[in-house]
Design a protein around this ligand. Structure first.
Ligand code: NAD
Ligand code: 89V
Length: 340
């Protein structure tokens, strides 16, 4: 039995608790939130008796093997370092850290403790996205040379997550981070990125449109474009649309979770829609199911003694891309993420 403690009982955490409930050999034994009302609501809903408003107290009491950090980013470094000191495995929500320096310290702390650290970077684990990754890695269209990974929507994310409207940074830090990570999963690490950003919605503080051009070390050029200001029908939230051109054909993940591969003069098209889990609801079900998938990956890695694909160390590259995109937009130049 793997015993888990979860910190942060806010908007998203219920998905993580449902995901853990569905996995065999897992028990969430303790919950923490500094907001007593949220803590009790979540504790009652998931019948978890051990409840803390202070994470340090929870870590001191112990009795669990891993911690699932579902708080917003400003608390991540302190919580990850406390977990490392307590000798625990860690899953931490994205964005992993506020700065690359923080992130490097966090990765090193868990490595020193000899434990596993996975970032809850779940978009590359979505079933439709996974189908694209597997087709590409399986050589379905030969060697890729161009990709577009696109997320455009006008869905109101601010009512569920009001903090998204308040930060100086918005779409690259919160959503673009996922889409950049998908581009890395498909085409590998990036030598240069060029980005433009703008704010369309006057009621938020940060940027809600970002267009990024990536030169990958593999030779692929990809475009990663994100918008929360795109009023189109049908509204496609939260679908990531993907186009890839390869030496042997083309691949498209289109609206409605349809994957099409064209090669050798033929077209093969299939529905790769995610299932609607009993606790999930549309349109979030795609994201919700990827929570269950990434959690299963984490437990399999612990059992096998292997590193998660979205480990803390791997995520340093995604975070560097986020920073490089902001720097590129601010300085109107292309940026090598390696310079950060
Ligand atoms: P939220 O603000 O609704 O909830 C966060 C909770 O953490 C709050 O209840 C707060 O009281 C608690 N908290 C903060 N610091 C704490 C501390 N030091 N100790 C104890 N409790 C503390 O936020 P949310 O929308 O649930 O988002 C949480 C994280 O999940 C964010 O990092 C967000 O980016 C991420 N998120 C990820 C996805 C995804 O698909 N991966 C989707 C939505 C949100
Ligand atoms: O997945 C996320 O990180 C969410 C959202 C989809 C709204 O951007 O914050």
């Amino acid at each position: 039995m793997l015993r888990i403690a979860l910190v942060g009982c806010g908007f998203f955490a219920q998905n993580q608790l449902h995901g853990w409930e569905d996995l065999d050999g897992i028990e969430v034994v303790a919950l923490c939130d500094r907001d007593r009302a949220r803590l009790d609501a979540m504790g009652d809903a998931f019948r978890i008796a051990r409840r803390y408003t202070d994470a340090a107290e929870m870590f001191a009491d112990g009795g669990f093997d891993a911690v699932d950090i579902a708080t917003t980013v400003s608390s991540h470094r302190a919580l990850v370092e406390m977990a490392a000191d307590a000798g625990l495995h860690v899953i931490c929500q994205k964005p992993f850290a506020q700065t690359l320096t923080d992130a490097r310290h966090m990765v090193e702390a868990v490595e020193r403790a000899g434990k596993t650290l996975m970032v809850h970077e779940n978009f590359r684990w979505q079933l439709p996205v996974r189908a694209v990754i597997e087709a590409l890695r399986g050589g379905a269209i030969g060697t890729p040379f161009f990709g577009r990974v696109s997320f455009r929507s006008a869905y109101d994310v601010f009512s569920g997550q009001p903090y998204l409207a308040e930060g100086e940074r918005f779409i690259i830090e919160d959503l673009g981070i996922h889409i950049l990570d998908i581009s890395r999963a498909l085409f590998g690490d990036v030598d240069r990125i060029t980005a433009t950003t703008r704010r369309v919605n006057p009621r938020i503080r940060g940027e809600d449109v970002a267009t990024m051009l990536l030169s990958h070390a593999s030779g692929v050029t990809s475009v990663v474009d994100c918008s929360y200001a795109t009023r189109r029908m049908p509204e496609t939230f939260p679908e990531t649309l993907i186009e890839i051109d390869g030496t042997g054909g083309v691949l498209r993940l289109d609206v409605g979770y349809r994957l099409t591969i064209q090669k050798d003069g033929g077209t093969e098209s299939r529905d790769v829609s995610p299932p609607l889990l009993p606790w999930a609801e549309k349109p979030w079900h795609n994201i919700q199911e990827s929570v269950a998938i990434i959690q299963r990956h984490f437990t399999e890695c612990l059992r096998a003694g292997t590193q998660p694909e979205t480990s803390g160390r791997d995520n340093l590259q995604t975070l560097a891309l986020v920073e490089a995109a902001y720097r590129s937009a601010a300085e109107a130049r292309s940026v090598d993420p390696g310079e950060l």
